[in-house]
Design a protein around this ligand. Sequence first.
Ligand SMILES: *Cc1c(COP(=O)(O)O)cnc(C)c1O
Length: 491
Amino acid sequence: MTEVIEKTIFELSSPGRTGVTFPDPDVPRAELPESLLRADLPLPELAEVDVVRHYMRLSKFNYSVDGGFYPLGSCTMKYNPKINEDMARLPGFAFTHPLQPVETVQGNLALMYTLQEWLKEISGFAAVTLQPAAGAHGELTGVLIMRAWHKSRGDVKRVKMLIPDSAHGTNPASSGMTGLNIVQIPSDGRGNVDLAALKAACDDTVVGLMLTNPNTLGLFDEHVEEVIKIVHDCGGLVYGDGANLNALLGIVRPGDLGIDVMHFNLHKTFSTPHGGGGPGSGPVGVAAHLAEFLPSPIVGILEEADDEQPPLFGFIEPKRTIGRVKAFHGHFGMLVRTFTYIAMHGPEGLRQVAEYAVLNANYLLARLRGTYRVPYDRICMHEFVAEGRVEGADVHALDIAKRLMDYDFHPPTNYFPLIIHEALMIEPTETENKDTLDAFAEALIKIAEEAKTTPDLLHAAPHKTPFGRVDEVKAARELVLCCWLPENYNK
Ligand SMILES: *Cc1c(COP(=O)(O)O)cnc(C)c1O
């Protein structure tokens, strides 16, 4: 294996090289106070081309959706159309400031207002906030809204949130952050919420249920309406984790199912870039009875249009708002990208997105089910979960995932959901063609063969990447962020 030891920018430095030429100042030169100056500031000295090549080289160590297939289950790593980027860079969007008077940013506000309306139409909810920064933040917002609703009715006994055992870890985390007790609800033999267990847990101390549908097994809950009714019958509300909305676009509206509040992951369903911790966006939609609790402000129409004037957009405060959850108005650049994506697709196109996402996942499932065990094996939605082990071979899901990197594929999500042993969670998304799906299926089939004949090839994988297998636990626990500092750096 070749382990590339990357030179740091300090090691590339050579005295006298420079990448910038400062223009002559247009103000009189002045002496800086001695106290502000340092004799020793070991900044690297490099030409522009050295810096560009350094970072370009580093960027190639990263896998990206622009570089290859990225079937990371639950994360919906679909291709991000470049027109989204063009629109987000339009100066009228990119160079406005959230503190500008509303009269000067009517276009931005019209975009936000229209996006709120479109998300309402797509999801079947009565009102939407665009503030939350990501899905998990949307969950926190939604749970705070649920609590505020109970409280407004004088119903203060409710302290429990019900969460299925297949849920994403953010669900218990965001409920826990608001001080609620988490009650785990098991799944039944077909991967649905276990109705008997749900009934047993429902009483007048329940705030609600956090439901992911389709769930993280990629399965549509066969009793979703009954699940929602059981929770409503005990006075609880149903939170919808909307991370899997990609499977439903134009087909099912969560609001129509009776879900009370839900977050959207714009960076998943609506193709805004994610990965690497970049900004996401997690708007929250609510049914009519929760609209007045939304975070403040939301974009509204201050003066209706008439024959001479377009409408005047501005900010309005919901009557019993839970308050602000984000500085300014959310991640506006993501809103522009989402607006563009929805406008480019239109209703028919969005429905096709869901249909092809589901078709692609079922195609892969059909190609792989003979090779890998699929514990809850029924028609899947936009993703499915297989077991990452091979009969008679000593390999784990992690070995299979790492070996896929040698075939130039991003590994699927592994070891989640927790209820599946050695989970490999595969989400191809709609943007991949049949050739790519076939190549991926063939790689996984070949790896299953290798697991039996040359298992050490898997144990030591990946072999082709700049770095081999890293100790992920150690990397997380003992994160070293400043290894680039020169040894003699004056701390
Ligand atoms: C991604 C995801 C979340 C969290 O969303 P973020 O935008 O990453 O915070 C929650 N639930 C499910 C099922 C997810 O896939």
